[in-house]
Design a protein around this ligand. Structure first.
Ligand SMILES: *Cc1c(COP(=O)(O)O)cnc(C)c1O
Length: 395
């Protein structure tokens, strides 16, 4: 391939031989259309009028009072579908159309990426198959139903533990037999080259808009930018706007689950080791024999034992700090943010808010912290209620 999609030693494409031409075809189409004025203006129209871009930048005043410094929120939760995922599915979906593909496949864990793909499958009139682990199909019934309403077929994957990594394996396997007419719409800034580059490109508007909004709303760059990291797509989107501003501190927050000592967490960058997963060299959660660990944290969207290779590189170069917060702190942040701002944050995004709350007393009152609110929390109220029944909350 023209460029191998390496971020330092990370990334690359470790895939079966038969997929290499398909990945090369996507790379060539991306290189061609991402600079084509017609593609750009069509995508821009969809971002604005279908998804709801640009999203606002909001000064969370009451939450800022709680923590003692200035917190600004990038409102990706207001997008169609309730999260940043539609940025990526619109971009890749349009690319698939320009390539003349008629069918889409995608993997999903919690169902959020599956739903965002099913939505644009309906929008573009493309036959859509969503691969989902059987355990997740059971856990995420509402999303399965919504995907079917959009006309997508949900393929229940029973191999392994019936979760996201198994769904990705099966989607890749299916793709090898159907590369002619089928586009694999990958859900995060990971996987084999060129996906990390493509997904970052389609999530970049978050960072571009946020940077310009900071300059126009308070006349300077933020001191800190933070986002949650699952596979890393919302984070790379907002980080990309600030990574070349050395004065801006950048913090990625992973799922600490029940604590690192328990082994039940999703802290890939915090405690993972280098290996190959789903076509890329990156940090992964594995044992000494290379067996992948099951991840476990309160938000299904962060439940992935790998991470996008560019984050692995940003960690090793020291440009971005990665750390994790535990489930209890995430629930605290969910409650406090909702109580002070009347905005329900997704449990994924609540990880970034939990880290912000932990900075109380450590930052001066005029410090500006920018948080990417990757999604809304309506999908999570059942889980929150399970852990923190309303009747036990202070009045
Ligand atoms: C899927 C999801 C995430 C995690 O995915 P990334 O690729 O790391 O962004 C985070 N927040 C929300 C709301 C999600 O739906």
């Amino acid at each position: 391939m023209k460029h191998k999609g390496r971020f330092g030693t990370f990334g690359g494409f470790y895939v079966p031989e038969v997929l290499i031409p398909a990945l090369e075809e996507i790379e060539a189409a991306f290189d061609r259309y991402s600079t084509d004025p017609r593609f750009i203006s069509e995508l821009d129209d969809l971002y604005r009028n279908y998804a709801g871009r640009p999203t606002p930048l909001y000064h969370a005043r009451r939450f800022s009072q709680q923590v003692g410094f200035q917190v600004y929120i990038k409102r990706e939760d207001l997008l169609h579908g309730g999260a940043h995922k539609v940025n990526n599915t619109l971009g890749q979906g349009l690319l698939a159309q320009y390539m003349g593909k008629t069918k889409l496949i995608a993997e999903t864990g919690a169902g959020q990426h599956g739903l965002a793909t099913a939505m644009i499958g309906a929008l573009f009139g493309m036959e859509t198959k969503i691969f989902m682990g059987v355990t997740d199909v059971r856990r995420q019934n509402v999303n399965v139903h919504k995907m079917r309403l959009c006309g997508a077929e949900v393929v229940s994957v029973s191999g392994g533990t019936g979760t996201l990594k198994d769904a990705i394996n099966d989607a890749l396997r299916y793709w090898t037999a159907h590369v002619q007419d089928t586009f694999y719409l990958f859900g995060t800034a990971g996987g084999p080259h060129p996906y990390p580059t493509i997904v970052k490109h389609f999530q970049k508007p978050i960072g571009v808009e946020a940077r310009a909004q900071c300059l126009s709303q308070f006349g300077r760059l933020p001191d800190v930018v933070t986002a949650c990291v699952g596979g890393g797509s919302n984070a790379i989107g907002i980080f990309s706007g600030f990574v070349n501003d050395p004065q801006v501190r950048i913090v990625g927050v992973e799922g600490g689950g029940k604590g690192l000592a328990t082994g039940q967490h999703c802290a890939t960058l915090t405690v993972g080791t280098v290996g190959v997963l789903h076509g890329a060299q990156t940090y992964i959660l594995q044992d000494e024999n290379g067996q992948i660990h099951e991840t476990e944290c309160i938000s299904a969207g962060l439940d992935y034992p790998g991470v996008g290779p560019e984050h692995a590189w940003l960690k090793d170069t020291g440009r971005v700090e990665y750390l994790c917060v535990e489930d209890e702190a995430v629930l605290d942040a969910f409650e406090w943010f909702t109580r002070t701002e009347g905005i329900l944050p997704a449990l994924e995004s609540s990880h970034a808010l939990a880290w912000v709350m932990r900075q109380k007393g450590k930052l001066s009152p005029d410090t500006v912290v920018l948080v990417n609110l990757s999604g809304r929390g309506d999908k999570d109220i059942g889980i929150v209620e399970e852990h923190r029944p309303l009747k036990e909350m202070p009045a």
